[in-house]
Design a protein around this ligand. Structure first.
Ligand code: PBG
Length: 333
């Protein structure tokens, strides 16, 4: 049959809410969302200029937020520490402090919200005076293997402190394998590794770098020698293949919305759990347009998050996670 019209009219299946609900292919629920949270102490706690509506939480604020998120059905949080300038160093030693902010934050969350999953970032940028994720050699190049040595210790420390999942976001070569081996040797067989496997050198991270205070340190220097070129896609598949081979349980594509094609390729090729990160720049962009009444907040957010899910991500990190979970409660998918 050629020219199927009028026998075939796709609009029949769009004519009313009941039938649209029955043929809907993707359903976003709170169970897909991860809330990234910034934690800080003393004067560093408070609002974030570049991300209005987000906050650097104190440990007490973190505990009450964790309880709220747990009650909303959000399965996990991702923790990002804000470290005072005085504790930062060239080699980022504070990352390995057993009494540091992250181990204490993990304990606070576990006590307040015992069933909430805790994901911790593994990278050195909150801790280094130069704002890079790794260690610099004499020429200012990020040294891969020396950095992996530190990341391995950082991951072990945070896993021992009770993190359910460690999430290396640094893009060094070989770090997943090294972290997996050290966890196994320590008997931490259940600690999950979420690898930021396809992480691009993106200008969309700008507001995050303000939030954790690494922006002034990093200056105009970019992360192009370790994060991926936004122009590439085959390279993402190669990175994901390596990380899965080295023992990653979940792989992430980051940023989110400009990289939906990468999410889809990764999901189709590997058929493993895929995470996507709606990053700070996406948040701030949406927030700015919403604040000026150019976009409708609830509609545009639920659409953006649904599209990330439709593209193939099972897990979506979003600064809007809590707000989205509330909207999803009001309007079941
Ligand atoms: C650092 C890290 C970054 C983000 C998560 N972990 C920033 C960067 O790579 O410079 C970005 C998150 C965001 O922009 O929301 N390892």
């Amino acid at each position: 049959m050629s020219g199927a019209y009028p026998l075939t009219r796709p609009r029949r299946l769009r004519q009313a809410p009941f039938i649209r609900a029955m043929v809907r292919e993707t359903r976003l629920t709170a169970a897909h969302l991860v809330q990234p949270l910034f934690v800080a102490e003393g004067a560093l706690a408070g609002p974030i200029d570049s991300m209005p509506g987000c906050e650097r939480l104190t440990l007490e604020g973190l505990a009450t937020t964790a309880q709220r998120l747990q009650a909303l059905g959000i399965p996990a949080i991702a923790l990002f520490p804000v470290i005072p300038q005085a504790r930062k160093s060239d080699r980022g030693e504070e990352a390995l402090n057993p009494d540091g902010l992250v181990p204490r934050a993990i304990a606070a969350v576990k006590q307040a919200a015992p069933t909430l999953g805790v994901i911790v970032d593994i990278a050195l940028d909150p801790y280094t005076t130069h704002g890079h994720d790794g260690l610099l050699d004499a020429a200012g190049y990020i040294e891969n293997d020396a950095t992996v040595e530190v990341l391995r210790k950082q991951a072990l420390l945070y896993a021992r402190a009770g993190a359910d999942m460690v999430a290396p976001s640094d893009m060094m070569d070989g770090r997943i394998g090294e972290i997996r081996r050290v966890l196994e040797r320590d008997g931490l067989h259940r600690t999950m590794i979420l690898s930021y496997a396809a992480k691009y050198a993106s200008a969309f991270y700008g507001p995050f770098r303000d939030a954790v205070g690494s922006a002034p340190n990093l200056g105009k220097g970019g992360k192009q020698t370790y994060q991926m070129d936004p122009a590439n896609t085959d390279e993402a598949l190669r990175e994901v293949a390596l990380d899965l081979d080295e023992g990653a349980d979940i792989v992430m594509v980051k940023p989110g919305m400009p990289y939906l094609d990468i999410i889809r390729r990764v999901k189709d090729r590997f058929a493993v759990p895929v995470a996507a990160y709606q990053v700070s720049g996406e948040y701030s962009m949406l927030h700015a347009a919403i604040a000026r009444d150019m976009l409708d907040e609830k509609a545009v957010l639920l659409e953006a998050l649904t599209c990330l899910h439709r593209a193939g991500s099972d897990i979506i990190f979003s600064y809007y996670a809590e707000r989205a979970a509330r909207w999803l409660q009001d309007t079941p998918a």
